[in-house]
Design a protein around this ligand. Structure first.
Ligand code: AMP
Ligand code: GLY
Length: 424
């Protein structure tokens, strides 16, 4: 089977690494990929946003199965285009990707089908949104409806901050069209966790839970990022909570999407708040998390590719996955300046020594090669993942590997896993 992975980050490196190990995979391509992915796949410089280019590449290389990593091409309809061309593709079509592409759509679906989530209002008018905030008071959460590269959410602890967030989105148009409509919602208190399931249109197969660290600074402080580290399993998601999440959130969503004529296929990523009233849905993403994918896939003992194919083919019912007993922990190495303006082009050395422990895997997130040198080429640059008999062992191995990397232009958090493990 000839497989194409679409995307260029650490998540796609993890996907390519897992798919390359499958006996079903005869040839693996990635568009556009990165130097780490190039060790697993033939990388072709077509950006994930170039749907025509991806389609032409898939035809030219006679791709049998395409796996779309990021949300933007899913929301833009890449899976619809590939499938229409007769190329089987993993991921939701555009109608189903609205679960992430429109927060208002997701909230209305939850309301209609009684899926537990924060109380909310939808607004196209700034004054109506301000009124809602004045009536509800703070803390309150203001969200751009559309995709805003992870920057569209303001958790406002004061009414002034909430009103400013409304003006930024609707008057200053900071998020462009994505902020023309807002969701304003109740603040949920609790511990956050990410939960992943494969969904084949009518059946859901639980994968696992993970937790990430979204803030740039230690102790979960400072600005939001795409994620500075992750670990799985998440001790706060007990087997009982997992059953509740499946029964009250994931499965009702799968039925609701089918009933709405938007049958969902792909991986469904539920951002959860574990509140005193039970787990509530914060948001849906229609893809694997990044860096959560990098801790899920090393834990998976079963071959990933048949599971992705069964998801796309609608035959997940009865499918079984096996997992290693070990825990996985990932530390993201970022370029200085991230999440603002990252310092690009600094040299990274020592990766081979760092990855010499067989329990350690280094995924590339934002690198490029120049001659024999490996250079930083983005904000999040490398993901150092380790497996261990428990989270503490995984953490210690990940940091021991990082200590062998020589990269003065980078930084990372030293406290990944602290919510589960306490501080070191
Ligand atoms: P997002 O950018 O959509 O991933 O959201 C960023 C973060 O905002 C989430 O990870 C939560 O920490 C926080 N958040 C979003 N909605 C709520 C809510 N209703 N209550 C509390 N925190 C929230
Ligand atoms: N790590 C958060 C995300 O992938 O959205």
């Amino acid at each position: 089977m000839r497989v194409l992975v679409i995307g260029s980050g650490g998540r796609e490196h993890a996907l390519a690494w897992a798919i390359a190990a499958s006996p079903l995979c005869d040839a693996l391509y990635c568009a556009p990929g990165n130097p780490g992915i190039a060790e697993e796949a033939v990388c072709v410089p077509v950006p994930a946003s170039d749907l025509d280019g991806i389609l032409a590449l898939a035809r030219r290389e006679r791709i049998d199965f395409a796996v779309v990593g990021p949300e933007a091409p899913l929301v833009a309809g890449l899976v619809d285009r590939l499938e229409a061309a007769g190329i089987a593709a993993f991921g939701p079509n555009a109608a189903a990707a609205a679960l992430e592409g429109s927060k208002g759509f997701m909230k209305d679906l939850c309301a209609k089908y009684a899926i537990p989530t924060a109380a909310y209002g939808r607004f196209r008018d700034a004054e109506a949104a301000r009124d809602f905030v004045r009536r509800r008071g703070a803390p309150i959460v203001v969200k751009a409806d559309g995709l805003a590269a992870g920057k569209g959410v303001t958790v406002a602890m004061t009414m002034e901050d909430a009103l400013a967030a409304i003006d930024e989105a609707m008057i200053a148009r900071r998020f462009g069209a994505a902020g023309a409509e807002l969701v304003v919602e109740e603040f949920l208190a609790g511990e956050e966790a990410s939960f992943f399931a494969l969904v084949d249109g009518s059946h859901a197969l639980a994968l696992a839970a993970a937790q990430d660290h979204k803030r740039v600074g230690e102790g979960d402080t400072g600005p939001n990022t795409g994620g500075m580290g992750a670990y799985s399993p998440a001790p706060c998601v007990s087997p009982a909570i997992e059953r509740e999440v499946m029964a009250r959130i994931i499965e009702p969503t799968v039925r609701a999407m089918a009933a709405e004529g938007r049958a969902y296929k792909g991986v469904l990523y539920a951002g959860l708040m574990l509140t005193d009233d039970g787990p509530k849905l914060i948001e849906y993403n229609v893809r694997f998390g990044d860096p959560e994918c990098q801790v899920l896939l090393p834990r998976l003992m079963s071959d990933l590719l048949p599971a992705l194919i069964a998801t796309r083919d609608g035959v997940l019912d009865g499918f079984d996955l096996r997992w290693h007993d070990e825990a996985a922990l990932c530390v993201v190495l970022a370029a200085k300046g991230y999440p603002g303006d990252p310092l690009i082009g600094t040299e990274i050395e020592g990766l081979a020594e760092a990855a010499s422990d067989p329990a350690v895997k280094i995924f590339h997130a934002g690198t490029r090669r120049e001659g024999g040198r490996l250079l930083a080429d983005g904000g999040r640059v490398l993901d150092v993942v380790a497996l261990g008999r428990d989270l503490a062992a995984a953490r210690d191995k990940a940091y021991a590997a990082i200590d062998r990397i020589r990269w003065p232009g980078g930084f990372w958090r030293r406290d990944i896993g602290w919510r589960a493990l306490g501080r070191r």
